[in-house]
Design a protein around this ligand. Structure first.
Ligand code: FES
Length: 105
């Protein structure tokens, strides 16, 4: 008997939002809410544990791309949704410099 799970087990992607202490104080819930308000097929928006980047938040990580965004504001979420999640091109200006070297550096 088959389990009653979605039929696309290998294509699910994730938007991980850190809602823990420091990110919480920096507005993570508003960022989480903004992502949840703009659902994208194939992506699941999830809270995650501390990403070890406290003070750089709110932190958002996109998997499996392994793209890290830092200091995300709610008004920037639409850019991530449209350009990255729908368009497949990460928003360079928002990338965390701890994980992604700045262009030209
Ligand atoms: S609290 Fe968000 S990275 Fe640590």
């Amino acid at each position: 008997m088959r389990a009653s799970t979605p039929t696309e087990p290998m294509t699910q992607r994730h938007v991980l939002v850190c809602p823990n202490r420091t990110c919480l104080n920096q507005g993570a819930i508003a960022v989480l809410t903004a992502f949840q308000a703009q659902p994208v097929s194939g992506y699941v928006v999830q809270k995650t544990g501390c990403m070890g980047q406290c003070g750089e938040g709110p932190m958002v990580r996109i998997l499996p791309d392994d793209i890290w965004y830092c200091q995300v504001r709610p008004d920037e979420v639409t850019d991530v949704v449209e350009r990255h999640l729908r368009g497949g091109r990460p928003v360079r200006a928002m990338l965390s410099p701890h994980f992604h070297a700045a262009p030209g550096h």
